[in-house]
Ligand binder design. Structure first.
Ligand SMILES: [Zn+2]
Length: 336
């Protein structure tokens, strides 16, 4: 959207540069941000915010809404970390997020990605990874903007090129907000199992996570239309309290399978069908429908962001966090 307002953008970037100068007395070294104006107006380029040498060697085509923007990998990753993890998190957690995001990006590029010849990756969190431009992030951060931007940029720069490898190959480094005390194996959530995406203990502290426990209620009619849209063969002839049964859960309570109107479905399908925050759920009758009680947020596979925060608070560095959440991996510099 801001691409249609080049004047406002330049003003915003100037303000950011000015603000960056004031951040210097805090002892924070803010990298030089490159040119003020895009090199090519028809293919605007995000201002470079990363001086990592390995990351700078890879240029990405990033689909942002309707526009494809070119930027180096480091600059792209700063935008991902801004969007994907609270910038107030400990530096080692931010670094773990930066390395996971770098690895996920390289994996996407090497596996062909979701956008064919149009772009390498997009800014939609439901498709690839969330991404936010510097000016918009700093607007959202308000008074903490300079400090947060510096923290995020440092997390990317200080892990320049570092990638999570399994057998020397970049992994599908998926991550999520918070698990239910244990992550989930890829095979329990999606179609195929991956050796490095296994269930591991996750230490997220429930009391400090917003909406760690959530509750959502549905009338019988709401449930009926949501279920039949996904499972048209489900038999919903009785009362709503009889529709869900026989949940098979893992050790942390995430639903692997459950019977819905006589049809066995995955817990993740119920999560999607009802818009639950995770597949760790229980239910009880409410009115003529059901209320669902849900723990955690996200698919539960790979790095838990709140688990990473807790590990960092307890002294773990980003490599320890990553090798905990991804089984049998190494973290090493890698050039795609
Ligand atoms: Zn995408």
């Amino acid at each position: 959207m801001r691409r249609k307002e080049p004047v406002r953008q330049s003003v915003a970037v100037s303000l950011v540069l000015l603000a960056a100068l004031f951040a210097l007395p805090l002892g924070v070294i803010v990298p030089f941000r490159g040119e003020l104006a895009p090199k090519d107006a028809s293919h605007p380029t995000e201002e470079s915010v990363s001086d990592g040498r390995l990351d700078a060697g890879t240029v990405l085509r990033v689909l942002n809404g309707e526009t494809v923007e070119e930027m180096d990998l480091g600059t792209y990753l700063v935008g991902v970390v801004r969007a994907e993890m609270p910038a107030s998190f400990p530096e080692e957690a931010l670094k773990a997020q930066a390395v996971a995001a770098r690895t996920y990006t390289i994996y996407k590029i090497q596996s062909g990605g979701n956008h064919g010849d149009t772009a390498d990756i997009c800014t939609d969190s439901t498709c690839c990874q969330a991404w936010i431009a510097q000016d918009r992030a700093m607007e959202n951060w308000g008074a903490d903007a300079e400090e947060y931007e510096a923290r995020v940029e440092a997390a990317v720069r200080d892990t320049d090129g570092e990638t999570i490898l399994y057998g020397g190959v970049p992994i599908l480094a998926v991550f999520h907000s918070s698990s239910a005390g244990m992550t989930r194996a890829a095979g329990d959530v999606w179609v195929s199992d991956l050796p490095y995406l296994q269930a591991v203990d996750s230490p997220e502290p429930e009391d400090s996570i917003p909406n760690y426990y959530s509750r959502v209620a549905f009338t019988a009619e709401e449930l009926r239309s949501a279920i039949l849209a996904v499972c048209p063969e489900a038999d919903l002839s009785g009362a709503a309290e009889t529709w869900f049964s026989d949940a098979v859960t893992d050790a942390a309570g995430s639903v692997e399978t459950v019977t819905v109107g006589g049809v066995t479905v995955k817990g993740t399908q119920v999560r999607t069908m009802l818009g639950l925050r995770s597949a760790c759920f229980e239910w009880e009758p409410e009115g003529d429908g059901l209320a669902f009680y849900v723990t955690g947020y996200g698919h539960g596979v790979g790095l838990s962001q709140y688990g990473a925060r807790r590990m960092a608070e307890e002294g773990a560095d980003y490599r320890e966090i990553l090798t905990h959440y991804y089984t049998g991996v190494t973290v090493e510099p890698y050039s795609p």
